[in-house]
Design a binder for this molecule. Structure first.
Ligand SMILES: Nc1nc2c(ncn2[C@@H]2O[C@H](COP(=O)(O)OP(=O)(O)OP(=O)(O)O)[C@@H](O)[C@H]2O)c(=O)[nH]1
Ligand SMILES: [Mg+2]
Length: 259
């Protein structure tokens, strides 16, 4: 009983001391201290919120047959259980990349979306672009030349899209199917596509296209087009979805969706 009484007295003493201490501080200083405390709390909370809302969406785009779906399954499962069928719906999933899964490290899942390349389904891409953290543009390095123009047109539309430019979404030009010896090199593909985009730039600035509103013009006036002139970072890589040679693609994804 006595102990309890003592404790009560001690607590009361401390309380009074505390009150006296605060009464000694001039009110302006007290308000300033409370203000600083509140501001730091708000700042810390908003940093946390901002971090949480950072997108983990990576888009796989490119012409039909370039190998997006095979790449999607390779990144997810390490196998290619679907192929040779044209996708009619976007394929999406949130997962830790297959090779990372093997290592059992703590990693942040990636939301990967494989958007069909068929021209009638391409409008789907625009729905995903505003929340994309990065875009992997897949090109068939085997059948490259016959598709060069169409692929360049598609890439041009992506690179001039409002969300892509405003959010400076990084793009990886992924030269796929390099498991075959006849596949073109990434340097060749990059140069050919730059040339093709240069042509498009000239023709499109003459007549503005009616079906897709390109809000931005690409490149630097009076200079030949180069991916280095883009508002966003464009890098080139080689891959083979079929054989699982996807290291460069994974590196790119993990540069923008931190583990
Ligand atoms: N040699 C080789 N063939 C591949 C590779 N990746 C995909 N293919 C083949 O290319 C064809 C098309 O692959 P998909 O993944 O279905 O192509 P996609 O880009 O999803 O096409 P859409 O769904 O129509 O947009 C299939 O026959 C695949 O077997 C690769 O890395 N190497
Ligand atoms: Mg597909």
């Amino acid at each position: 009983m006595d102990n309890l009484e003592d404790l009560k007295i001690l607590a009361e003493q401390w309380f009074h001391q505390g009150v006296e201490f605060f009464q000694q501080i001039p009110p302006t200083q007290l308000y300033a201290a409370i203000g600083v405390l509140l501001l730091t709390t708000i700042l810390l909370v908003s940093i946390r919120l901002f971090r949480r809302t950072k997108s983990n969406t990576v888009l796989l785009s490119g012409l039909s047959g370039s190998g997006k779906t095979v790449l999607f399954y390779q990144l997810r499962d390490g196998s290619t259980h679907q192929g040779a069928v044209t996708s009619m719906e976007p394929n999406e999933g949130t997962f830790v990349l297959h090779t990372e899964n093997i290592k059992k490290g703590k990693t942040k899942p990636v939301h990967l979306v494989d958007v069909p390349g068929h021209s009638r389904l391409r409008s789907k891409l625009e729905e995903y672009l505003p929340r994309a953290a990065a875009i992997v543009f897949v090109v068939d390095a085997l059948e490259f030349l016959p598709n060069c123009r169409a692929a360049s047109e598609y890439l041009y539309d992506i690179l001039t899209n409002t969300s892509v430019v405003k959010n400076k979404i990084p793009v990886l030009l992924c030269c796929n199917k390099t498991d075959k010896v006849t596949a073109h090199t990434k340097e060749f593909i990059r140069k050919q596509m730059e040339k093709e985009i240069e042509k498009l730039r000239v023709s499109r600035s003459a007549v503005s296209s009616a079906d897709i509103a390109n809000d931005f013009t690409l490149g630097i006036e009076g200079e030949l087009f180069s991916f280095l002139h883009c508002y966003n970072k464009v890098t080139v890589a080689e891959a083979s979805g079929l054989t699982g040679d996807t290291d460069q693609v994974q590196e790119f994804i993990r540069e923008y969706v931190k583990p």
